[in-house]
Design a protein around this ligand. Structure first.
Ligand SMILES: Cc1ncc(COP(=O)(O)O)c(C=O)c1O
Length: 506
């Protein structure tokens, strides 16, 4: 388990930045990245899956190390470019790609992954007349299922490489498709799944890619030289959970790499998982039939992976010591959802209302899966070093997630945000409606023109934006200036295609 989280001055960070609060340790992230870079020695062989944590703070650390980015959507491509990752280090891979974007990125020098034969043919049509600059990989769907050793119950949700999965091109059809493809195929991609608990699937996946490459080369006379092994190496969320280390992963795969070929890996959990923790606060303690519950101010809104998959993570108490993972008590989130449970078994003897706690290993698929359930807003993000010191604000807490003005509604009062109390005017009017402009409290659909002055929301929004930015800016170190990023030219000039399938003239 990681050490850096124990050194966090929880109370001081909570007082300064509020809770909940994401805390990134760039030192831990850098160590993890170097472990994976050791596979080939080339930082660009580590293509960070932006989907696992689309935080610019994370992306910028990895961009500075020279890592690449695995992107599944235009927004992720933009973030990677903004962080300073060049087109040549972008991998674009989605089962439902934006086909115009796929073509543009290919022409701009990125690596694109074709997930099916129709996508491949469409790409060939779009780029037919243009010089090819990028690399083209075919995603493999193996015919043998990839299985967990200790966690069979994860199979249906987290194994991407099962023969019944929706991803990629069936391995048995792949050589034929490659042989008739009008575009040169540079290599192959496979992703076995997530939270893989042993190394055999990666070794088998690599052997399968090499075997398919040999078959394709035999048919086309053109050797394949780029292999992307995807991500999938798991991490423990609780002490005692056994997963191979990145070093063991590298040691197992390196002897099988072929000289003269390039290899990519896309670790999400194992790269960023233990480099981020989430600081939260105990808001309520209650007892139900002898079981004590501590209810925090964060739950399924940020930790859907934890609650929905039943993957409880180790939580540190306010003194930096782990809370027990057995006992009669439990820790839950604030939501109106029975599954909103963060630690189903623990002992709460040492916890009191207002205490802080630190949820560990939340770097992957937590912020990425965040939602606004029960109207909760996204936390701020800070970075600290290995000693838990030098906090730097990287992203402010969210202020709004839905702007009623965008659909023609207005709000009559400036409502309270997190940590603020309700506007006294609202409290007063809701207790005793006096004015004709006051909306009925129970009504959710109303006509702004009939009931509320249109200007109220806009001006209250501006006021909130002003007060939010002054609140956040003054006490914190401002985020470092981002490195200048290449212009998103490929994104701007995505080739369009006509209904007949021919590339449309610009
Ligand atoms: C194509 C691809 N690469 C990499 C990853 C990262 O996987 P993990 O976080 O398990 O390492 C994923 C996750 O789903 C993925 O779909």
């Amino acid at each position: 388990m990681v050490e850096w989280t124990r050194k966090i001055a929880q109370k001081a960070l909570a007082n300064r930045f509020g809770t909940p609060l994401y805390i990134l340790n760039p030192d831990q992230l850098t160590r993890n990245a170097r472990d994976f870079i050791a596979l080939t020695g080339d930082p660009a062989s580590v293509a960070y899956p932006v989907k696992s944590n689309p935080s610019l703070a994370v992306l910028r650390v990895l961009a500075c190390l020279g890592c690449a980015a695995d992107c599944a959507a235009e927004q992720e491509v933009r973030l990677a470019l903004m962080a300073g990752i060049p087109y040549s280090s972008i991998v674009y891979n989605s089962p439902v790609p934006d086909r115009a974007l796929l073509a543009s990125l290919y022409l701009a020098g990125a690596t694109v992954v074709a997930d099916s034969e129709p996508i491949l043919r469409d790409l060939a049509l779009r780029v037919a007349a243009a010089p090819h600059h990028g690399k083209l990989l075919l995603r493999v769907n193996p015919c043998e299922p990839v299985e967990y050793l200790h966690h069979e119950d994860w199979q249906s949700l987290t194994s991407h490489s099962s023969s019944a999965a929706k991803f990629g091109i069936p391995s048995e059809e792949l050589p034929g498709i490659a042989a008739t493809c009008p575009l040169p195929i540079d290599g192959l991609h496979i992703h076995v799944g997530t939270q893989m608990d042993h190394l055999a699937p990666f070794e088998q996946a690599l052997a399968l890619l090499h075997h398919l490459a040999d078959e394709i080369a035999a048919r086309t006379g053109r050797p394949l030289s780029l292999f992307d092994l995807g991500g999938g190496l798991g991490i423990g969320f609780q002490p005692g959970q056994q997963f191979p280390s990145p070093a063991a992963y590298v040691e197992a795969l390196r002897p099988a790499l072929r000289p003269g070929c390039r290899y990519l890996v896309e670790p999400g959990h194992a790269l960023v998982g233990n480099a981020v923790a989430l600081l939260a606060q105990v808001r309520e303690i209650k007892q139900i039939r002898g079981r004590r519950w501590a209810l925090l101010n964060v739950g399924t809104d940020q930790l859907a992976k934890v609650t929905l998959l039943h993957w409880p993570h180790q939580i540190l108490g306010p003194n930096g010591q782990p809370l027990p993972s057995s006992g009669p008590d439990a820790i839950g989130g604030p939501h109106c959802f029975a599954g909103d449970v963060l630690l189903p078994q623990t002992r709460l003897d040492s916890l009191a209302i207002d205490d802080t706690v630190l949820i560990q290993n939340v770097g992957a698929y937590c912020f990425a899966l965040a939602n606004h359930f029960n109207g909760l807003l996204g936390p701020a993000h800070v970075a600290v070093d290995d000693s838990g010191e030098c906090p730097t604000l990287h992203q402010r807490a969210e202020d709004w997630f839905f702007e009623p003005g965008s659909v023609g509604y207005t709000w009559p009062h400036s409502l309270a945000g997190p940590g603020r109390s309700l506007d006294p005017a609202l409290v007063q009017t809701s207790a005793a409606p006096t004015s004709a402009s006051t909306p009925p409290r129970t009504s959710t659909r109303f006509s702004p023109s009939k009931n509320w002055p249109r200007t109220t929301f806009a001006s209250s929004c501006r006021q909130r934006a002003r007060s939010a930015s002054s609140r956040c800016r003054s006490p914190f170190a401002s985020p470092a200036t981002p490195p200048s990023s290449p212009p998103c030219t490929a994104l701007a000039k995505a080739p369009r295609i006509s209904p007949s399938g021919a590339p449309a003239s610009p």
